[in-house]
Ligand binder design. Structure first.
Ligand SMILES: *Cc1c(COP(=O)(O)O)cnc(C)c1O
Length: 404
């Protein structure tokens, strides 16, 4: 359905050779490549309307402000949020989660409980540990099974009137598991808890509808959806964003300042202190336009084909064990080969032009659960091909031969 060759033309970096071999980029779960429209839009911004926003009366400042706010509206439409002011520009997922967790650190008290899951990225663990240390709240963890699926009956048991926040990822970056967030959100709301969804790994594959999901917060990173690094979005329901205290103090986030007392600006500015990544925020809107033009249904269907093909081919190699075999999976394959350290495979396949991730993928508790030091992770995007998977499989076979 998708014309992949035409799509690949949009990504100049994919034409590159690495170590003398055509680049096969399978590290999309770490960051996505950028289409030419995104690169061009960055240059165009700096060449035509660069100015600080929300402040100046001069023309460039107004043009930059309009472009920035237009991007906020695009993001609002993309997520199907109710209001523009529920969209906060951030530096990325990590920033967004820290903003929310820091706020709850101030609101919670001893006896309160925060629930996360056994398959969270460190950025959805550590900020909640900070919040617990600060407030005296307790952290609880939804366990998973050997396939890398969260145990919903255990989750039900963890929920109580003490549960104040549930924070889970939509899709696991290390296992590829698509989590049942609809159920998680519904159950959390039954006990009155707020729910934060870490959408960093889901947004490259799925268009989330925050109103249908009814989540209280949804965060993602621009760089994983073909946008620039240092950009991101925090969606929050207005009533929650009003309750949380500001995260950073500075310009833009105030209404009035005296040395005695400062009053805060309204949403979204309350959470947008200082000069933001203006170009990045604007261009993130272009990146989402680009992906929407291809269509998330097309993207998900094609990536699923790559997942099935890659899984099948990989399992033909003797000694391969896939980590993360959930029924519902995105196009992420984590695996190990008997008796070989993942790092060694990564180094050799890189020599053959193939970029994969090796290590713990910022999810050490998952590695501990499976009793492994790390995995090799191949993650596919809509611009990857089955031919690239063949190259990757040949590279893994060669590496295995050299190492065993
Ligand atoms: C990438 C990722 C993060 C962290 O995103 P940053 O862009 O590094 O802030 C958090 N959670 C998941 C699931 C991720 O994949």
């Amino acid at each position: 359905m998708l014309d992949i060759n035409k799509i690949r033309e949009d990504f100049p970096i994919l034409k590159q050779k690495v170590n003398g071999k055509p680049l096969v980029y399978f590290d999309n779960a770490a960051t996505a490549q950028k289409p030419k429209v995104v690169e061009d839009a960055i240059v165009e911004y700096y060449e035509t309307i660069n100015a600080n926003i929300h402040r100046g009366v001069h023309t460039l400042s107004q043009l930059a402000t309009d472009a920035y706010e237009e991007s906020r509206q695009k993001i609002k439409a993309h997520l199907n949020a109710k209001e523009d002011r529920e969209i906060i520009f951030t530096a990325g997922t990590t920033f967004g989660i820290n903003l929310v967790a820091n706020g709850f650190g101030a609101l919670l008290k001893e006896g309160d409980e925060i629930i996360i899951s056994a398959m969270e990225h460190h950025s959805n663990i550590v900020p909640w540990q900070f919040a617990c240390e600060r407030s005296g709240a307790t952290l609880k963890v939804i366990p998973m099974n050997q396939n890398g699926e969260l145990l919903m009956d255990e989750y039900d048991k963890l929920l109580s009137k003490n549960t104040k926040v549930v924070a889970v990822n939509h899709i696991s970056n290390a296992l590829g598991t698509i989590n049942p967030i609809e159920y998680i959100i519904k159950k959390a709301h039954e006990v009155g808890a707020a729910v934060l969804i870490d959408g960093a790994q889901a947004t490259p594959h799925i268009k989330p509808d925050v109103q249908a999901l009814d989540c209280d917060f949804y965060v993602f990173s621009g760089h994983k959806v073909c946008g620039p690094t240092g950009t991101g979005v925090l969606y929050g329901k207005e009533e929650w964003l009003n309750q949380l205290p500001p995260y950073q103090g500075g310009g833009e986030m105030i209404k009035t300042v005296t040395f005695e007392k400062t009053t805060y600006a309204c949403l979204p500015h309350k959470f947008e202190a200082g000069t933001p990544n203006i170009a990045g925020g604007i261009v993130l809107g272009y990146a989402l336009d680009y992906m929407n033009e291809i269509g998330f249904d097309n993207i998900a269907a094609y990536e699923h084909e790559l997942l099935v093909y890659g899984t099948e081919k990989l399992l033909e190699i003797e000694g391969v064990k896939i980590i993360g075999t959930a029924k519902e999976k995105a196009s992420v394959i984590s695996f190990n080969i008997d008796g070989i350290h993942p790092y060694d495979i990564g180094v050799i396949v890189d020599k053959l032009g193939v970029a994969v991730r090796t290590g713990h993928h910022c999810t050490q508790p998952i590695m501990d659960f499976f009793g492994i030091p790390g995995t090799i992770r191949a993650s596919f995007s809509f611009y990857n091909t089955k031919e690239e998977i063949d190259t990757f499989i040949a590279a893994v076979k060669k590496a295995k031969m050299m190492l065993s």
